[in-house]
Design a protein around this ligand. Structure first.
Ligand code: CA
Length: 225
């Protein structure tokens, strides 16, 4: 399970996050100031860092900047103020995401899942192509073909198709597709998945008279080998 470092000087918040993250099955390490945070980031090799911006000893911005000198670990910054310049500064120093306090824990958990999935995806060595029936993906150029004809897909259509093909023979729920392809920006609104499945079917199933994407009623979608 992923290891998460929380750098937060407000112990009440740190303890709360620790409980919630452990409940989700993550391993949790806590640092109460910036300097300790930086040390633990280097020694413990966490999979993700939740980093408070306002910290004693070393600011969150400075911790982020120094971590980024050697590591691409996902960093989610917590800011106390709803101050645009803080967020910009955080993202400029290389944070992947930020949340303004007070935040809903469910939203932070969702963002953590997204950041960890993205990390896994980047680290997985990519096979050159992926083929199911007559549909073939070139993973390096992110292009899709039916036999030798290139399909004209938008970025999201391609990502949805690739995710379904990578997980062939498994039923994927709308929530899973939403989380992996759209990140948290459409959190909760699964209609967008149905719309894009329809686009893909128009461009592949209907155009070539095949059945690639199947609906599993009440559950989601599947591509079978
Ligand atoms: Ca603080």
């Amino acid at each position: 399970m992923a290891k998460i470092l929380i750098v937060e000087d407000e112990m009440k918040i740190a303890r709360f996050l620790e409980l919630e993250l452990k409940h989700e099955g993550y391993e949790v390490i806590i640092a109460g100031d910036g300097r300790t945070g930086l040390e633990k980031a280097e020694k413990e090799n966490p999979d993700l860092i939740v980093l408070d911006l306002m910290l004693p000893a070393l600011s969150g911005i400075e911790v982020c900047r120094r971590v980024r000198l050697t590591s691409q670990v996902p960093i989610i910054m917590l800011t106390a103020k709803d101050d645009v310049s803080d967020k910009v500064a955080g993202l400029d120093t290389g944070a992947d995401d930020y949340m303004t306090k007070p935040f809903a824990i469910e939203e932070l958990l969702a963002r953590i899942r997204v950041a960890l999935n993205r990390k896994k995806y980047i680290e997985e060595p990519k096979a050159e192509t992926l083929q199911i029936k007559d549909v073939r993906l070139n993973l390096a150029s992110r292009s899709a073909y039916y036999k030798d004809e290139e399909l004209t897909l938008t970025k999201k259509e391609y990502e949805l198709l690739e995710y379904l093909m990578r997980n062939k023979n498994s039923v994927l729920t709308r929530e899973q597709l939403l989380n992996h392809v759209w990140d948290y920006e459409y959190f909760g609104d699964t209609n967008v998945v149905d719309v894009y499945i329809r686009y893909l079917r128009q461009k592949i199933d209907e155009k070539y008279g095949v059945q690639l994407i199947s609906t599993v009623r009440g559950v989601g979608y599947i591509i079978k080998d």
